[in-house]
Structures are given as C-alpha cells and as structure tokens.
Design a protein around this ligand. Sequence first.
Ligand code: PEP
Length: 250
Amino acid sequence: MSRSYYIAGNWKMHKTRAEAAELAKALVSQLKDGKHRYLVAPSFTLIETVASIVKGSNIRLGAQNMASEEQGAHTGEVSVLQLKDLGVQTVILGHSERRHNYKEDDALINKKVKLALKHGLEVILCVGELLEEREAGKAEQVCETQVVKGLEGVPAAELAHIVIAYEPVWAIGTGKTATPEDADVIHAFVRKLIGKLYGADAAERITIQYGGSVKPDNAAQLMAKENIDGALVGGAALKTDTFVPIALFA
Ligand code: PEP
C-alpha cells in the first residue's frame, strides 16, 4: 500500500494578511523536512499573500470554496479562473459548514467538483454525517449519498485528482473526535464504495483524510488506522504550535 499521508489546514475565516504571512512563513520553515504531503487553505483575500510564501515549498495552496460557474454575473462569488490565476492548486468542496450553514446541496457540490477538475484543480470533497444521523444508524448511508452524488459524472481518469475528507459534523470544532476505530469504519466503508464505483485499484489509491478536532495528541492514533490517510485540520491549523506536531506526526 503506497498511499502517502496528506495533512491539510483549513484556516476558515481567520487571519489578516500580516497574520497569514507570519503563519505561512513559519510553516514553510518548520515543515520543510516533513515527510508527508501538506496543504494550507486560507480565505480568498489571503491567497495571494500566502501564494508568494508557499511557492516552491512542499506546501500546496488551497481554497476553501469556489463558485459553480466559470464566470459571469455572480455577485460575491469567486471563480475557478480567479483561483487558478492566484496559483491555487486544490479546492475544498462540500465542507459541512457550506452544506449546513449555506445550504449547498449535493447537486451544487457536484457541479463545482466537475468544474474544478475541468480546470485541473485537485478537489478535497468533504462528506460526513450529523449527530442525529449517526445516532439513527445512518452515518454510512449519508456518506454514501454524499460520495455518490458528489462524484456523479466524474470519470475514473479524474479520480487521481480527488481526495475525500470524512468529517463527522458533530466532531468539527467541538473538541469531540471520532475514536480512531469509529473513524476507520467509515473510511473503510468509503474506500469500499470507491471500489464499487471505480474499481479496486482506485479504491486502494484514493486518499481519505479524517477531519474533526484533530489535535497533536490524537493525530498519530488516527493516522495509525489502515484507512486513514491524513487529516483535514481546522482549529489546530491556526497555530504552528498545534499544526506542526500534527503535520510531523511519526
Ligand atoms: C474542519 O473544519 O474541516 C475541521 C475539521 O475543523 P476542526 O479541526 O476545528 O474540528
């Protein structure tokens, strides 16, 4: 099995340009010998600043969202062309905050996924169940729907540019983490589903990150699980003190 670990920081709606520059510079320096793959996803207004700092480093540049249309009359939106122009390489789509607070549905997310791929961006597609869905025994069903609908019309040849992030909504920003065992059950389920949709090789190759209150003291146990290939980190990505130990976990 040759999947490499992929640790991504989602900075959400935090930081000014000066603060973002300071964090990005510290990460470039402290992760330069890191063995895993890395990404930071700052707010749109910070991307240009961060781009100039991470350029040429081992840290990829991500965005947290993008419009479902290429360009046009879409006040307040940011297009794939504008992201590419700034050097963005990866876009996070379907984050639970987009799904639940901004009512993005699977059809809209799927449109964004296909548009991002068409323009050569890597996609981190987030999926995950609400607490009431988990308690009703529907976690797998919810993730299946989000994966199947999110990837509808995505050909096998494009799957190398897709990363899936399993982020149980009840664990995001709450300090509650899924146990490594519970997380791995869903990761294994999603991998099997990718196998059904795209074949065994694709299932073996796809990177599935875990997200939901990943911290320096739980990262290694989560990453030790067979089907957990990295982390999508929110709160702990905002400081080197917490992100660097996660990124350099052994
Ligand atoms: C996230 O927003 O993707 C996330 C996992 O946040 P946190 O690490 O703060 O739970």
